[in-house]
Write a protein that binds this ligand. Structure first.
Ligand code: NAD
Length: 370
């Protein structure tokens, strides 16, 4: 198959969909991979590395899009990329169509086939192409909290692990899924005292089995949240209710009971945030203060560590890219129902129920349309 890797053009996006090692595997399978010159630069992968891996470098995005039968990206197409979309082209990337009316219509009008990372499902019902970015954000949230707790960053001046004879920081993690678990592990690794709350008792049991004795688990209800948060140096917002806005677990009036200079890293900001006072911030201006509490609300945290994120993402996507490239889209989707759930749009039809629902468009289903 002819596979294209254009440079990402969304603001502040430095990831690349497939690093040189992944390209090498595709080439070994007999595929041709076109890479736009400079596509890997933001993740510190040089053009020479792509050449050594067997890629064909092209000067412009237009050439990559036109020559490829399948384009593998990180982010959804931007408006300047819409003219490249066409019937017969497979686009494999994060799409998040339910939040993007204009993009959905542009893709439908073009007839392009859109397979969305975020709806590909594994046999356990998990979302394997979202998980690596949650792992990155979870681990990073503690790095961010540790940095923000420094006095010069507006924080309380507390060292995560403390030193012998002093208390370590108290880190409260709201939600014990992928983000929350990674956050808890990193905080424990830095020597912090950790309290983790979730409404899923099975989840708390599993975490207690793995990390027994090293941290406190609490059922997530209003009383336990208040008690934990009022003595927190750092709070990590890591809740998710699938398909819904994040529940508001911290109200504004609670902030005055939190220690001055404490820090909230609301990772769930992309679902509206689990703190009433959360708003979206950027990597260049990541924090702001409300009632003495420092808030961090960057919605694309993995963007700060593009090299790790590109590698983690491609570790998860490559097996699907190979499946589609080796067998063709139709056979790949027929042999893997979880991958078939990734098909969002095909030849002007909506093939994902949630996207159809959101925009009140007819739902075509996958059967017989490929
Ligand atoms: N900001 C970023 O850059 C970034 C990056 C990756 C993920 N995220 C977001 O982080 C959030 C968490 O993602 P995840 O992959 O860990 O999800 P997940 O589904 O693995 O975990 C969510 C957890 O929240 C728990 N939960 C639900 N309601 C709760 C409540 N009221 N109190 C306590 N816990 C509750 C669930 O039981 C579950 O264990 C999502 O909104 C995701 O989109 C943000």
């Amino acid at each position: 198959m002819l596979i294209g890797i254009p440079k990402e053009i969304k603001t502040d996006e430095n990831r690349v969909s497939l690093p040189p090692a992944a390209v090498g595997q595709l080439v070994q399978h007999g595929h041709t991979v076109y890479v736009e010159r400079g596509a890997g630069a933001g993740s510190a992968f040089g053009d020479d590395e792509y050449t050594r891996a067997g890629a064909t470098l092209l000067d412009t995005a237009a050439e990559v899009w036109h020559k490829a039968e399948m384009v593998v990206k990180v982010k959804e197409p931007q408006a300047s990329e819409y003219p490249y979309l066409r019937e017969g082209l497979v686009l494999f990337t994060y799409l998040h169509l339910a939040a993007a009316r204009e993009l959905t219509h542009a893709m439908l009008d073009s007839g392009v086939t859109g397979v969305a990372y975020e709806t590909v499902t594994d046999r356990h019902g998990r979302l394997p192409l979202l998980e690596p970015m949650s792992e990155v954000a979870g681990r990073m949230s503690i790095q961010v909290a540790a940095h923000t707790l420094e006095k010069k960053q507006g924080g309380r001046g507390v060292l995560m692990g403390g030193v012998p004879g002093t208390r370590p920081a108290h880190v409260v993690v709201l939600g014990g899924g992928t983000v929350g678990t990674q956050a808890a592990k990193m905080a424990l690794g830095m020597g912090a005292q950790v309290t983790l709350l979730d409404i899923n008792i099975d989840r708390l049991r599993t975490l207690d089995d793995v990390l027994h004795g090293r941290f406190v688990t609490l059922y997530s209800n209003a009383a336990n949240i208040e008690q934990a948060v009022y003595s927190a140096d750092a709070v990590i917002g890591a809740v998710l209710v699938t398909g819904a806005k994040a529940p508001r677990l911290i109200r504004r009036d609670m902030l005055q009971h939190m220690p001055e200079g404490s820090v909230i890293v609301d990772v769930a900001v992309d679902q509206g945030g689990c703190v009433e006072t959360t708003k979206v911030t950027t990597h260049s201006q990541p924090t702001y203060v409300v009632d003495g509490v420092v808030h961090y609300g960057v919605a694309n945290m993995p963007g700060a560590v593009p090299r790790t994120s590109s590698l983690a993402l491609s570790n998860a996507t490559l097996r699907y890219v190979l499946k589609i490239a080796d067998h063709g889209l139709k056979d790949a989707l027929q042999s893997d129902p979880g991958l078939a759930l990734g098909l969002n749009l095909h030849r002007g039809k909506v093939t994902h129920p949630a996207v159809a629902d959101t925009f009140d468009l007819p739902y075509a289903g996958n059967e017989g349309i490929l």
